[in-house]
Design a binder for this molecule. Structure first.
Ligand SMILES: Nc1nc2c(ncn2[C@@H]2O[C@H](COP(=O)(O)OP(=O)(O)OP(=O)(O)O)[C@@H](O)[C@H]2O)c(=O)[nH]1
Ligand SMILES: [Mg+2]
Length: 228
């Protein structure tokens, strides 16, 4: 089975090498780091650890993920795993994420940091509140319970293409979760472990990042209500 990992990264030179080199190469064939205008050594560190490095000039988490998908379109990929570049998630847990897909029982497996073991202080209150509010709205509108909008997830490539993902910023994870319900994918949440990131926070650890992410997540949820 051809399993590929996509890592969107922006200024993660301190952690990206650790993330890439901790990915279990027995199950993963290729690791793609999509570098978004980093002004540090993210690209060099990722390459040195064995990743394929792509560059995306449009600044945004979703834009970087879309570039990774575009690159893989003619490569006969079976399953894609997304993971962040900050070493908060445990790359060795990729095995847990892909197992239900390899077994043929699920199309989309989401790592939930709420259900898993968390290092104290690793998941800020604003993240937990965000996931709670998004989870409530999704359950209200689409009758499906999610505990988290965590970035660490695995999905069958053909199903991902069918989702026709659009969001270029931080609405990426919630868009995928809502569209997966609408397209009737077989979805499973599993507990994943989580620790404090290495390096500087770009999203929920900053006021601007938190406000931007909250607005975009809410906008994504409500715009999904008005399209099929
Ligand atoms: N490609 C790309 N990646 C980004 C951008 N902003 C953040 N990222 C990546 O997205 C991931 C999540 O960003 P973080 O800064 O860890 O945000 P967070 O997980 O909400 O906050 P922390 O609690 O600090 O970990 C990391 O891998 C970042 O490198 C961006 O503009 N473009
Ligand atoms: Mg993080």
């Amino acid at each position: 089975m051809n399993i590929v990992v996509i890592i969107p990264a922006y200024n993660e030179e301190l952690s990206i090498g650790k993330v890439v080199s901790s990915i279990p190469r027995k199950v993963v064939n290729e690791i793609i780091v999509v570098n978004n205008n980093s002004n540090d050594n993210t690209a060099e560190k990722a390459r040195a650890a064995g990743a394929t490095v792509l560059n995306e000039a449009f600044q945004g988490y979703g834009a970087a993920c879309l570039t990774g998908i575009e690159y893989l379109k003619n490569k006969n990929v079976d399953t894609i795993v997304f993971i962040d570049g900050d070493y908060s998630d445990y790359p060795e847990e990729i095995n847990l994420l892909v197992e239900p897909i390899i077994d043929g029982k699920y199309d989309f497996v989401i790592g939930s940091r709420i259900l898993g073991k968390r290092e104290k202080g690793s998941l800020p209150l604003q993240s937990r509140i965000g996931s709670l509010v998004a989870g409530f709205l999704i359950n209200f509108f689409w009758k499906k319970k999610y505990t988290d909008l965590g970035p660490f997830r695995a999905i069958k490539f053909d199903k991902l293409i069918q989702l026709n993902m659009k969001d270029k910023w931080y609405g990426w994870t919630v868009e995928m979760q809502i569209k997966a319900i609408k397209r009737r994918l077989r979805i499973k949440e599993i507990p994943v472990s989580y620790r404090k990131r290495i390096g500087k926070s770009k999203v929920t650890g900053t006021l601007k990042g938190t406000i931007m992410a909250s607005i975009i997540i809410l906008k994504t949820i409500f715009s999904e209500l008005f399209c099929d």
